[in-house]
Design a protein around this ligand. Structure first.
Ligand SMILES: [Zn+2]
Length: 66
């Protein structure tokens, strides 16, 4: 949860300004948790593509051996 040292207060992402600054003092508040979560959710299609590729290569390998 974002912490403002200036105000000694925790902010929820929704209660902060849109640019990630403190609504009380205007200081830039770090928000490592929410941004990291968004980054991990974003490339779900990339993981799906890797999964399909692994299954495809595995299938090709089985066809090669048999
Ligand atoms: Zn503040």
């Amino acid at each position: 949860m974002p912490w403002c040292e200036e105000c000694s207060k925790y902010w929820t992402p929704n209660s902060m300004n849109d640019d990630g600054t403190c609504p009380t003092c205007g200081r830039v508040v770090e928000e490592p948790t929410s941004e990291a979560a968004d980054d991990e959710k974003a490339p779900w299609h990339f993981k799906l593509m890797i999964g399909v590729l692994v299954v495809y290569l595995g299938w090709r390998f089985v066809q090669m051996v048999t």
